[in-house]
Design a protein around this ligand. Structure first.
Ligand code: NDP
Length: 501
């Protein structure tokens, strides 16, 4: 799609989507600029939804849920609509990818290869899942049949981050509506663009008006109003750990069901017996994919000392050759960071590292490219896992190297973190691989592979990386209430309160 045509598809001012149409923002709604991080130019304005606007979206979602138009629709009908959404996302993938990269700075090749296929897959997966999942029947008691049904909960508040807007938001959205819920989605205020198109796709695909509503604005304003609304039954949140804690507290007061998928500081352990070339390329993907702005980034690269020099030689050659450039260029491997605030934050890690005696092996400063929030792909060598670059989530193209002598030491360094989202292990020793699978305190362990997401399996974190999981049965638990129904198999004598004889 040509940039000129794309421009015609972006409204000058984005409002909220309620009951199947765009709503004119209230007089006095605050306008926020949506910035292109590659040019620092304003793309359009976003009218922030205040609590009155959020309450209206929730009321619509609740009324739609209660009407039964979607919550009681046949599974085959919901499946058909979800598959139609999948088809439309595939058909319009190029436009959606262009909209996504405009405000995120993600390189177009990664949006095309990873983000859009994943968004389409989210709808396909839940379409198939609901048509294949059966409920349980207990017939062990000869007098009773007891069956368990899963019913939609009600209204889900879905809060998504900016780093992979479509892929992450559609995982929640597809799960919520597949099981019959209505929802109100709040993306990051920095990345609203692809959702403008997505709402229209949902309507064309046949999602009844009012089932999916979209509100826009900053977390502490719009997001908080959504979490605080008493008619929201579930909060599904992906974002930072500090925000997750605040949301958990507020949602807890309302006794809402909450799942939080939060930050990480994941270890990528490379043992001396690993396939070094594969491990090098995967370390590049894990550290610098999505401009390094990914929760599952392998940011602590733990190298066995005997191969550290050889590994670093290959790794640094590859890192120094990464092509930094405009997200729209198909050959770009590293685009700009999301915002000037993020650029400053990451720069502070570079500066602190220097002051802390950490050796900078590559990068460590903003890239020589202006305008735009570009930062050089950075690799630093730390001395101890307690240094700041090893403890805090940096969320940029920034990998910290540590060395270890034996495998137990590597596992102990990997586990020495407040986070526990994922871990990568590279070894050809089956015993070591199994030990890692047993002992790593993370929600996912990838052995001899870069990122792989199996949607049937749970995804989520140990420790401060989150509470709860999504994927397959875990999404079903989140988005449904289970109900137990017992029926006598025949008329047997009823128990009496007292013996009447
Ligand atoms: P934030 O926590 O800043 O924001 C996430 C979302 O929550 C945004 O939509 C934000 O709105 C909103 N928000 C912020 N404050 C509140 C509040 N008080 N109440 C309600 N909503 C609020 O995270 P980022 O957007 O910066 O995303 C990066 C973080 O997300 C990283 O820590 C990363 O590790 C994590 N992440 C985790 C994943 C996982 O699966 N575990 C996957 C991807 C990212 P707004 O931005 O508009 O202010």
């Amino acid at each position: 799609m040509q940039a000129k045509n794309l421009k015609n598809r972006i409204p000058e001012r984005i409002g909220s989507w309620q009951n199947g149409r765009w709503v004119t923002p209230a007089a006095g709604a605050q306008d926020l600029p949506v910035i292109n991080p590659a040019s620092e130019a304003v793309i359009c304005l976003l009218a922030e939804d205040d609590s009155a606007s959020v309450d209206s979206a929730v009321a619509i979602a609740k009324a739609t849920f209660q009407s039964g138009i979607w919550s009681r629709a046949a599974v085959s009908e919901r499946k058909g609509v979800l598959l139609k959404i999948r088809d439309l996302v595939v058909e319009q993938a190029e436009e959606l990818a262009q909209l996504e990269i405009l405000s995120t700075g993600i390189p177009i090749s990664q949006a095309r290869r990873r983000h859009l296929p994943r968004a389409a897959m989210n709808f396909e997966f839940f379409a198939e899942f609901i048509s294949q999942t059966a409920d349980r029947l207990y017939d062990q008691n000869p007098d009773y049949l007891t069956l368990v049904r899963h019913e939609p909960v009600g209204v889900a508040g879905l809060i998504a981050p900016w780093n992979a807007p479509l892929a992450l938001a559609t995982m929640k959205l597809a799960g919520a509506i597949a099981f019959g819920n209505s929802c109100v989605l709040k993306p990051s205020e920095m990345t609203p663009l692809p959702f403008v198109r997505l709402m229209e796709i949902l309507k064309i695909a046949g999602v009844p008006d009012g089932v999916v509503n979209l509100v826009n604005g900053r977390g502490p304003v719009t997001g908080q109003a959504l979490v605080a609304n008493a008619d929201v039954d579930i909060i599904a949140f992906t974002g930072g750990t500090a925000t997750g804690r605040a949301i958990g507290e507020l949602a807890g007061r309302g006794l809402k069901r909450v799942v939080t998928e939060l930050g990480g500081k994941s270890a990528n352990i490379v043992c001396a017996d690993a396939d070094i070339e594969r491990a090098v390329e995967s370390a590049v993907l894990a550290g610098f994919g999505n401009n390094g702005q990914q929760c599952l980034a392998g940011t602590r690269l733990l190298l066995q000392r005997s191969i550290a020099a050889e590994f670093l030689d290959l790794f640094l050659t590859r890192v120094r050759s990464l092509r930094i450039g405009l997200p729209s260029d198909a050959t770009t491997e590293i685009g700009p960071l999301i915002s000037s605030a993020q650029l400053e934050r990451i720069q502070s890690f570079g500066n602190d590292a220097r002051n802390d005696g950490v050796e900078i092996l590559a990068g460590g400063k903003p890239a020589d490219l202006k305008p735009g929030y570009f930062f050089e792909p950075t690799v630093v060598h730390a001395q101890s896992n307690s240094q700041r670059v090893c403890c805090e989530e940096i969320f940029g193209p920034f990998v910290t190297v540590l060395e270890f002598d034996d495998f137990d030491e590597a596992l102990s360094i990997a586990n020495d973190s407040e986070y526990g989202l994922v871990a990568y292990v590279w070894t050809n020793n089956l015993g070591q691989a199994m030990k890692a699978a047993d002992e790593l305190r993370t929600g996912v362990v990838w052995i001899n592979t870069p990122v792989y997401r199996e949607l049937r399996a749970p995804f989520g974190g140990f420790k401060h990386s989150g509470v709860g999981r999504d994927g397959g049965d875990w999404s079903r638990s989140l988005f449904t209430e289970s109900k137990t129904i017992s029926i006598p198999r025949q008329d047997f004598p009823l128990a009496q309160l007292a013996d009447s004889k």
